[in-house]
Design a protein around this ligand. Structure first.
Ligand code: ZN
Length: 351
């Protein structure tokens, strides 16, 4: 019996990797990377949140781009915040890649803005893209442009990446370390959560520090969503979730998309792709055992992270589902992990 139902995936950075002069390579296939249309078909990848992420301008140093730990383990000052106008320009470029690829697909790939559209895609084999920002830098501090992005398809918003912005504080890359790395949401951050609730935009808590997480848990009226993360008890990275955070996700009716990023799943936190599928599936199993099968889903981070060699790319998704089946996840459980949990949460959040 086929172990892999159609998969809806909570996070990929594929759009960042497509060349501006050839976004159609998504359809024809790419030599490198993790995700394109032909390989998606091979792996039963039915759709997912497609992230738009703003890198600092190329003339900045690595030190100015991400918040990192020094060799001796001490924490440096955070990188400078990006200007909204700069972030908006980058977003336009990424959006035009997506639009070009959608047009060239002749209906094989579609932008999904509602759960019925998403279900239609899953039923008829159209690849569904849901628009997500990883980091709210393009949003003006007074939120005046949020609704216009919603009108263009934005349905999920990560408040932060691993850096501070006008709304909150992303965690620095640190291991082993607690996700409690600094202050909670700013006033603008709280207002942004409220407005996302009103519009029906998922507030994604991936990479948000722990105080920010609890602020959102206090004020949000929607299920808590962490699109891509691992279990802190297994891999104590700042980017992973503690037991208390997992409990809060379950209480809200939300979900965690399990990341495939090796440095967030390996108990030693190393960026080593010689990592087994078993190590990855340990996180799925832990979350299911700890807070229930209704709250665990997929959040691969294809094209945004180094992933286990035995998975390799999106075509390797069946490896994960075979291992889930080995561990006693029956067909109904696997359908929940593959897409039904995401669809339930999106249905409760989008309106
Ligand atoms: Zn990420």
């Amino acid at each position: 019996m086929q172990a892999t139902p159609p998969v809806f995936d909570g996070h990929n950075d594929c759009l960042l990797r497509l060349p501006d002069d050839d976004p159609e390579s998504f359809l024809t296939g790419r030599e490198s990377g993790h995700l394109d249309f032909p390989r998606a078909r091979d792996g039963n990848f039915a759709g997912g949140l497609f992230a738009l992420f703003v890198s600092p301008s190329p003339d900045t140093t690595p030190r100015e781009q991400r918040w990192v730990q020094t060799e001796d383990g001490s924490r440096l000052d955070p990188p400078p915040q990006l200007r909204p106008s700069y972030a908006q320009e980058v977003i336009e470029r990424l959006l035009s890649r997506l639009e070009t690829a959608l047009e060239a697909s002749g209906g094989r790939v579609e932008l999904a803005e509602s759960v019925p559209e998403l279900r239609n895609c899953l039923d008829d084999g159209t690849l569904a893209t849901v628009l997500h920002f990883e980091g709210a830098e393009p949003i003006e501090p007074d939120l005046s442009n949020l609704e216009s992005y919603y009108d263009r398809g934005l349905r999920s918003l990560g408040l932060v990446w691993s850096r501070p912005n006008q709304f909150g504080y992303g965690v620095p890359f640190e291991f082993p370390a607690s996700p409690d790395t600094g202050p909670g949401l700013t006033e603008e951050g709280s207002a942004l959560v409220n407005q996302c609730n009103d519009l029906g935009i998922v507030v994604d808590l991936a990479h948000l520090n722990e105080r920010g997480f609890w602020d959102v848990a206090d004020i949000s009226t929607d299920p808590l969503v962490v699109s891509h993360a691992g279990v802190h008890d297994i891999c104590p990275s700042t980017r992973n979730l503690t037991g208390e955070q997992l409990d809060a996700v379950a209480e809200s009716g939300g979900l965690v998309g399990i990341t495939f990023a090796v440095n967030a799943i390996r108990p030693d936190g190393e960026r080593d792709t010689d990592t087994s599928v078993e190590t990855l599936v340990d996180h799925f199993e832990y979350v299911a055992d700890c807070i229930g099968i209704d709250h665990v889903a997929v959040g691969s981070d294809f094209d945004g992270a180094e992933i286990p060699d035995p998975v390799g790319d999106v075509a390797g998704l069946p490896e994960v589902f075979e291992e889930l089946a080995e561990r006693g996840f029956d067909a109904a459980d696997r359908r929940k992990v593959a897409s039904e949990n995401w669809l339930r949460v999106l249905d409760e959040t989008w309106r």
